[in-house]
Every structure is written in structure tokens, then in C-alpha cells.
Design a protein around this ligand. Structure first.
Ligand SMILES: *[C@@H]1O[C@H](CO)[C@@H](O)[C@H](O)[C@H]1NC(C)=O
Length: 457
């Protein structure tokens, strides 16, 4: 009796658990797998990454509906993507997990190509209807600022959309006249909610940024259609060094009111030639992948008057000696310039000068030494060496003569070191051996080395 009961109970148990198992399988196939990845975790609750993915999906649906020209610009997600591409895994195949878009951060950033965008207020109200809270940050349009006009017109710079405490940052990228993309800094107005987002964690907005125009590709990430930069690693490295400095147009205008620009035909001619020489140098060095910055008088011209100093007669650029390549001379010759002189050597005080028309391009090579950075000078007739010492600096982007160029980020310190506290007063007669505030005598080249270190053509 007892035995029969036990068998029956066991059979019943097996049957009922099998039925339950079958039901679970059926349920899983019918519901869960179809609606994954945004449904449950093992505990049956929405995890934060499910919520994040759901929020991004909602945002991308709005993007499609209102044709926002956006692409994924999030450094964490793009880093995962580039690492994945490096490992040759097939990230184009739809993946059920949230592998790229959920990055443990409560933020994701997209960039919007503002020139291809037409504002539709419907987007904002649709976003609000979907449960997004919105913070719009606007700022003055730098494309209208110049020496002649200081426009006060405001444009959108950043949108922050918040849902489930998850932030979607939309960075507006504008095309500037120098054929590059620019985004503004994110600055909260006094009446704005400082707790709206973890602002310190945002990828964009600590300062303005400049980027080359880029190619985008449409791909599928975590089951969502999203545009990404074609060359993700290039975009990420640009992002690291994107800091952009606006010229101080207001100060430059004040300067030019005190010291009006020379409008003689010789001065106009020089500025035109200097501009084309700078374009040529920029192109040539870009092909060699060598970063350069505006130095000496050319840097002062940008900083003080947002243009070229017409009585300077040359264009000065700086290059870190660690970026030196022996191809530089050939590349500039191929670009139509002639080498005028070569002073110093790679190990010490290297300096190259090229001529184009009657304008000289001086390339100074900079050496790091402890907490200073210096470049050298050489007097051809005496073999005397000079040294110009600068405090450490990093490089930022700026615009000069419709061109994206680098300048020392700590421009004032750089200019102060070179020109002293009266840098804002024009000096017509300048002696490179004695006028700079930071010049030091640095001994002599040994006569037996002259043939190498003093080459004049
Ligand atoms: C991506 O950009 C990097 C750095 O600019 C470059 O070295 C690389 O060749 C590019 N990759 C492709 C596939 O174009």
C-alpha cells in the first residue's frame, strides 16, 4: 500500500514538474526570447542595463522619426567597439546582450551634425511625452564672431535628456569656416538645475572641442541601428585632444582700435602669402602626421589680434623634437618650398627655415627638459647658441585665417615667457638674440661641427 502510494506520488511529481518545465520552455520561446534583450534579468526585474537600453531605444526611435543627424560619440561605448573590432569578433551580428551601449555609466553621448539638422519643436514635445526630461544648453554662435562683428546670437550647444536617472547627452557639432567641426563648452546658467546630471562624468562640454569632418557608417549595436564614426580609433584619439580655444575677439578689437592694422598693399600682400604658406605647412605636416603649433610672432598674432602680424615677415611654428622625421625636408621641397637654412641637429637646437615666395617659414624644434620646454637658436656668423625657455604647455586647437591650427593651451604663459609683460604693445624692431624675455646665451658650437650645424643655402 505504502509502496503504491509512493510510486504514484513520485509519478505525479515527475509529470507535474515536466509540465511546468514545458510551460516554462513555451513561455520563454513565446515571450522572453522575442522581446529580449530589454526584458528580464534572472530575478525577473528590469536591470539597470535593461532600462538603459530601453531608454536608448526610445531615443533612437525619436531620432529616426525626427531625422536627427546623430551618431554615437560615447567614448566608453566606442572604446568597447574598437576593442571588439580589434579582436575580429563580428559585432555587426545582432547580439542579445547589451554589450556596447550599457557601460556601467549612467550616461551615453551622441553627437548631432548641426548643419544637417532642422529644428523641429515636435521633437522636444515627443521626447517629453516619452518620459524624457530635457535640459537645453545654449551659447553664443562663434561662427558669427569675428573682428568686425561680435554677435550675441545664441545657438543650441548641448541637449541633455534624462529618463530613469539615465542621461543621454546630445552634443551639437557645427561646421566652422576652417572646414572643421566644433562644439561649444557646456556651461550651466545660474538658474539651472545643478543636480540634473553628473556633469563631471560627461564626455563633452568641459571645454569647446574641434574635430575633423568625419565619415559615418550605419551599424547595429545591441540590436539597435546606430551611426558610428567609420574610423572609431581615430575619432577617439581626436576626442582626447579636441580642446579648442576661441580667439579673444573682443580684446583683439580693442587692440586694433589702439593700433590699427597696416592696410598698405605690402602688408595685405604679406598676410595673403603668410596665409597660403601656413595652409601649405599645415597640409604637409598633416600628411606626415606631425603635430605643430603656432610659435613666436605667429602665436602672438593669433593671441593678441586674431590674425597675422603684418610686419613680422615670417611664419613661425613649433614641433616637438620627439615628432621629428627626416622626411620633413623632402616633404617641404616637394611642396615647392626651398630650404634656406638648417641650424643645430636633432640632439640639440634643431631649427629649419624654408622660403616660399619672399616669406620665410621658421620651424623650431622644442625639447622637454624637466619642467621646462625650450628651443634653440644659432647665429650663423659667430656660431653662438641661444636658448629660449618656456614653462610646460599642452596643445589646443584654435582657428587662424580660416584654418584649424594648434596653439599652446596656456597661451598667455607662452606669450609672456617669450615677450614679457608688455606683449600687448607692438614692437617693430625685434632682435631674436636679445629681445625675447626668455632668451639665454647657450655657448658656442665647436668649430669642427659648424659644417653640420650651420647650413645656409
Ligand atoms: C584609422 O585612423 C588611424 C589613425 O588616424 C589610422 O592610422 C588608420 O589607418 C585608420 N584606419 C582605417 C581603417 O582607415
Amino acid at each position: 500500500m505504502l509502496r503504491v502510494n509512493r510510486t504514484a506520488a513520485l509519478s505525479l511529481l515527475i509529470i507535474s514538474s515536466s509540465v511546468f518545465l514545458l510551460f516554462q520552455l513555451y513561455y520563454y520561446r513565446k515571450y522572453v526570447s522575442k522581446t529580449a534583450p530589454h526584458v528580464q534579468s534572472r530575478t525577473g526585474q528590469l536591470t539597470s542595463s535593461d532600462l538603459h537600453l530601453q531608454t536608448v531605444r526610445m531615443f533612437l526611435a525619436l531620432v529616426r522619426r525626427y531625422r536627427l543627424p546623430v551618431f554615437l560619440a560615447d567614448t566608453a561605448a566606442l572604446t568597447l567597439l574598437s576593442q571588439d573590432a580589434l579582436q575580429h569578433r563580428d559585432w555587426l551580428v545582432q547580439d542579445l546582450h547589451c554589450k556596447f551601449l550599457c557601460t556601467n555609466r549612467p550616461i551615453i553621448s551622441f553627437a548631432l551634425l548641426a548643419n544637417a539638422w532642422k529644428f523641429d519643436p515636435g521633437f522636444l514635445s515627443a521626447a517629453e511625452q516619452k518620459g524624457f526630461e530635457l535640459l537645453q544648453l545654449r551659447g553664443t554662435d562663434p561662427r558669427l564672431a569675428s573682428l568686425d562683428t561680435l554677435s550675441g546670437e545664441e545657438i543650441p550647444l548641448h541637449f541633455l535628456l534624462r529618463c530613469h536617472r539615465y542621461i543621454i547627452q546630445v552634443v551639437f557639432l557645427y561646421e566652422r569656416s576652417g572646414n572643421y567641426l566644433w562644439h561649444g563648452p557646456l556651461r550651466l546658467k545660474p538658474n539651472m538645475d545643478r543636480s540634473f546630471a553628473p556633469f563631471k562624468m560627461l564626455d563633452y562640454g568641459r571645454h569647446a572641442g574641434a574635430y575633423d569632418r568625419l565619415e559615418l557608417v550605419l551599424t547595429v549595436l545591441d540590436g539597435l541601428d546606430v551611426r558610428v564614426p567609420r574610423n572609431v580609433s581615430r575619432f577617439l584619439s581626436e576626442q582626447q585632444n579636441s580642446h579648442f580655444l576661441e580667439c579673444h575677439y573682443r580684446d583683439a578689437r580693442n587692440f586694433l582700435q589702439l593700433y590699427p592694422d597696416d592696410s598698405s598693399s605690402a602688408a595685405v600682400d604679406f598676410r595673403r602669402k603668410a596665409k597660403s604658406l601656413l595652409h601649405l605647412a599645415s597640409q604637409t605636416l598633416a600628411e606626415l602626421n606631425i603635430p605643430f603649433w603656432l610659435s613666436s610672432g605667429t602665436c602672438l598674432g593669433w593671441f593678441r589680434q586674431c590674425s597675422i602680424i603684418s610686419y613680422s615677415h615670417d611664419v613661425d611654428i613649433g614641433i616637438f623634437i620627439t615628432d621629428f622625421s627626416s622626411n620633413i625636408v623632402t616633404a617641404f621641397r616637394d611642396a615647392g618650398l626651398s630650404l634656406k637654412h638648417k641650424f643645430g641637429k636633432v640632439e640639440d637646437s634643431l631649427e629649419l627655415s624654408f622660403m616660399s615666395d619672399d616669406v620665410k617659414l621658421d620651424i623650431f624644434f622644442f625639447y622637454k627638459d624637466g619642467d621646462v620646454i625650450w628651443n634653440g637658436g644659432t647665429q650663423a656668423k659667430s656660431g653662438k647658441k641661444f636658448k629660449y625657455i618656456f614653462p610646460q604647455f599642452s596643445l589646443c586647437w584654435a582657428e587662424l585665417l580660416d584654418m584649424k591650427v594648434r596653439v599652446p593651451c596656456e597661451t598667455l604663459d607662452y606669450v609672456l615667457a617669450n615677450y614679457g609683460p608688455s606683449w600687448s604693445i607692438p614692437v617693430m624692431s625685434w632682435d631674436w638674440k636679445s629681445s625675447p624675455s626668455n632668451v639665454q646665451e647657450n655657448g658656442m658650437w665647436p668649430p669642427k661641427e659648424w659644417v653640420d650645424v650651420i647650413q645656409v643655402y
